[in-house]
Design a protein. Structure first.
Lengths: 160, 160
């Protein structure tokens, strides 16, 4: 985890890929989004999706999982180099989540994250707020998911 | 499920309440959002949240689950009254998801959904697009979650 001051606009991280199996899709849907086109192949084929489709919330949650894993990797690499590591706080929300294309059973989605904006917080001077555009792209290079996430990042304490 | 033409701007549905137990919070976090403040009480207390806090994606997924259950209830009631029921399509995304306050272990969140806008779709004349403001409110009446969801709703076929 970088300190707020060390985060560069435009910096991009590849988060890795995830293949959505029919079993994964149905398991998530049964618990959180039990709509017919997320639960049954034939119903998926008859829907606007054209096949068994992952819940959009499932696709976003997998992106979140890979974002967290990437953050841990960055943190461990920094610790291994003997650097001081920053604390990252929770997220206040996100903007413009778009499910651009369906994610069908068997699709492999590659996720990435690119820093778009950073600003200091007036209410919490020890934290900055960083916004990143998070995306998912399928095996044909088509964008399927895009959202702008925000995150609190610790600021470096002034040396006294 | 109502047809696009029968949906009223301002119509509100109470979706029911869900209590987030520590066990629920940790189970979701282990799978999708394994950050320290979602996994461990003590880490939660030390964080900006001030306690073991549900992943925001968990709160949103529970809202989705209750939206789907409510849709099924509306549909079954309409079928029981002998009415023709519309098909609802998938969601193209949502806007302005905000996690306004933390959801801590033991909090009971009441969810609601209110229709804000509706418009026809040029690309798909057989479908309209309906936007609803979905919210979660805790047991102290404080808003914790808000997002604007969009959904395709079937249009009535013209009588010939």
């Amino acid at each position: 985890m970088h300190f707020f001051e060390d985060i560069d606009i435009g910096a991009r991280r590849e988060l890795g890929a995830f293949t959505f199996t029919a079993e994964d899709i149905k398991r998530f849907a049964r618990e959180f989004d039990p709509q017919r086109f997320h639960l049954d192949e034939e119903e998926g084929r008859k829907s606007l999706f054209g096949g068994l489709a992952a819940s959009g919330w499932h696709v976003a949650a997998v992106c979140m999982k890979l974002l967290v894993a990437d953050g841990k990797r960055v943190r461990e690499e920094a610790i291994a180099r003997g650097e001081e590591v920053a604390v990252w706080g929770p997220s206040p929300g996100f903007r413009d989540l778009r499910w651009i294309r369906p994610v069908l059973a068997g699709d492999s989605i590659s996720f990435g994250s690119e820093i778009e904006t950073k600003r200091t917080s007036e209410k919490r001077p020890e934290w900055g707020i960083v916004q990143a555009r998070n995306t998912g792209t399928n095996q044909r290079g088509e964008l399927v998911l895009s959202f702008m996430g925000a995150k609190f990042a610790e600021r470096r304490r002034k040396e006294t």
